[in-house]
Ligand binder design. Sequence first.
Ligand code: SAM
Length: 361
Amino acid sequence: MNDVPIMPNEFKGGFNKNCGYTKTSPRKWTEKEITWMNELLKKGYSIKDIATSLNRSEVSVSIKAKRLTKKDGTYNKKHYQEKVKYNYMFLNKIKPKTVLDLYCGENDIYKDYKTTTNDINKNILADYNEDAFKLICKLYYEGKKYDLIDLDPFGSAYDCFDIAIKMAKKGLIITLGELGHKRWKRLDYVETHYDINNLEDFTIQNIVKYIQKIGLRNKKRLIPVFVFEWENIGRVYFEIEELKVTKQWGGEWIMLEEYEELNYQLEKRVGELLDENERLRDLCEKYEEEHRTTFEEWKKAINIINELEKWLRSEIKRLEDIQNPKKGIKPYGEEYNHYTLLIGAYDNALDKLQELKGVDK
Ligand SMILES: C[S@@+](CC[C@H](N)C(=O)[O-])C[C@H]1O[C@@H](n2cnc3c(N)ncnc32)[C@H](O)[C@@H]1O
């Protein structure tokens, strides 16, 4: 693996006194340094890469890593048991007939199901030993579908999310190794992948929401049945529903047809408004060239503007009601653009109105 991230200098400990057995004084291991090393190990970096990252010798890293593996055994086991327990409960809930275990590891946890297994590690006995993303692309291309897909990487399986959502029929389990970045106050990854721009927003809930949006884009509703977080890893069990409902506005759902109808109506009204605006602008321009404008034309302009104002006010009121979450949905995305457009047009129309009404005739 290339491009190992270099550990920040402040994670380094001080130097121990030279005991006489080593050529150089050994550097103390700090908690932060150990966690950094564990993260890199989990991501599959080699001892050589990790030594570069930590600015230590390969021997030092290798000895420390071995000691820690022994010490850590029970701790990992506890997490593992928890994972197995939730898996069991989830499987009982969704009762899959077919499973794709894309990062299967050594434990055959879906052995009682018709499972397609994969792990990049060629020493692991699996149906495939491929990179997860490449394999899922191939399976998608072949038109495969699975009741359940499990994405259980050491780091992040982000690249596979979209296709996995497309291919999963009943359930999707995602392990979120990217939560580990929180510990290092690293936002670069979550900024580009989840639109999370500060540490406060860096929560598993926000990541889940983001994944749900990918679901919506695929006309699937992802319902988190279990969400849990260990120290620096999260695992989310989503049940999948094909969408009859489509958008979630502040916790409430509206029907797809209703949303589409609303959007259609709004587009129509915005179109009308823009036409009106166009007419208004023409009339105003005409009026501004005072000498060439008749009194009749001026009256016509004022009438149109009054009508337009009434209509704009009612339309904006309607959108503001919609925006109130208690009443239903919030303008969002396309609809929000229409709303701002209306507000803009309204301000514009009011200015013109005042300008015209302010003129003594
Ligand atoms: C957390 S372990 C999986 C544990 C397993 N699901 C279980 O419950 O026992 C992650 C596995 O992903 C594999 N892996 C790492 N990078 C991969 C990639 N790009 N594609 C497929 N597998 C990968 C590793 O070899 C490792 O076995």
